[in-house]
Design a protein around this ligand. Structure first.
Ligand code: TRP
Length: 341
């Protein structure tokens, strides 16, 4: 029986952080056996809002690949591939752009939020506005039916499926499958400052390669309950970042429930809960950091992983592109279709 295909990816704009782990990497590790999984190093998409800094986009290809390998993504079971080196993705993107209107792209809630957050105003890079069509190309080129993404990406999958339906309707056949977004129930991990989004650029992230000192100071600086002034005061668990992180990384759920109850009753200081979280994060990150350091000494190995994965992905994506072109009935010089040529 063939396994369902999963595609996800990350823009190569910086090393990954523990929010990526809680939100998606942990699931990707679980999917390695049950699914045929592809991970896309999305350097082309990273350029859509980083055209001024291609160097950053290039450097982080290796960094993100190192993160994948260091957390235990196994290149024998998961194909790691590089977006810019898969020409079929660019070709399909160009085709798909004819099946979507500018108005529809502008209405995409993810894009709207991102345009606002980036302060583009009227100066939106065209590539940025159009990246939902390119992401549809990524997903469909692999014929992925499962796309594990954060909640904020759900509108992109919806738009992908709109394109799929339109293309299938035009072709008069089911060339492309629809995809299903898989969104983690736990929601996203906030930044250490309590802001909704953890991001390297926001300076509120703990990276998967953080040093023991960085982990310590991040936990010390972490946002708790601003009204919990004295140890004996009752404290709030909701919106308390330390507990958000404990929920994600503390395996001893019963102890954690007791800890929360104690905190809410009063008599438990922030120092105590932070010490517990720090121990857990130190123990969680240490082996990842070591594995990453080891792998970064073996750059050739990492390059080979990307090269081989991209090769495998190229066959797959080229085949889909040929199918789409032929199903749409476009002119092909090599094959005699529709009695032409
Ligand atoms: N948009 C994703 C991000 O912001 C990266 C990405 C590119 C992706 N292509 C994809 C995710 C296809 C899922 C499927 O990190």
């Amino acid at each position: 029986m063939t396994k369902p295909v999963i595609l996800t990816g990350d823009r190569t704009t910086g090393p990954l952080h523990i929010g990526h782990y809680a939100g998606s990497l942990s699931n990707r590790l679980r999917y390695q056996d049950s699914h045929e999984q592809f991970l896309l190093l999305a350097d082309t998409q990273a350029l859509t809002d980083n055209a001024h800094d291609p160097d950053k986009v290039r450097r982080n290809v290796i960094e993100v690949a190192l993160d994948y390998l260091a957390v235990g993504i196994d290149p024998e079971r998961t194909t790691i591939c590089l977006q810019s080196h898969l020409p079929a993705l660019a070709e399909l993107s160009m085709l798909y752009l004819n099946f979507v209107t500018v108005a529809r792209l502008e209405r995409n809630p993810t894009i709207k939020d991102e345009i606002r957050a980036r302060g583009f105003g009227r100066n939106i890079p065209a590539g940025f506005l159009c990246y939902p069509a390119a992401q549809a190309a990524d997903i469909t080129a692999f014929k992925a039916t499962v796309v594990p993404v954060g909640e904020d990406q759900a509108p992109l999958i919806e738009q992908t499926n709109e394109l799929v339906r339109r293309i299938n309707a035009t072709a008069g056949a089911v060339v492309l499958p629809e995809a299903c977004a898989v969104i983690p129930k736990s929601g996203r991990l906030p930044g250490i400052d309590g802001k909704a989004k953890m991001s390297k650029s926001g300076g509120n992230a703990i990276s998967l390669s953080a040093s023991p000192d960085e982990i310590r100071s991040a936990v010390r600086a972490m946002f708790t309950d601003p009204n919990h002034l004295r140890v004996e005061d009752p404290g709030q668990v909701e919106g308390n970042v330390v507990f958000n992180y404990l929920d994600a990384f503390d395996e001893a759920k019963d102890d954690l429930a007791d800890l929360k109850a104690h905190y809410q009753r009063g008599g438990l200081g922030d120092g105590k809960i932070k010490a517990r979280l720090e121990d857990i994060l130190q123990a969680f990150i240490a082996p990842i950091r070591e594995q990453r350091a080891h792998l970064s000494e073996h750059r050739d190995h990492v390059l080979n992983v990307i090269r081989n994965g991209t090769e495998r992905a190229r066959e797959r994506t080229d085949a889909t592109k040929r199918e789409v072109v032929s199903a749409l009935g476009l002119f092909q010089l090599r094959e005699c279709n529709h009695g032409e040529a």
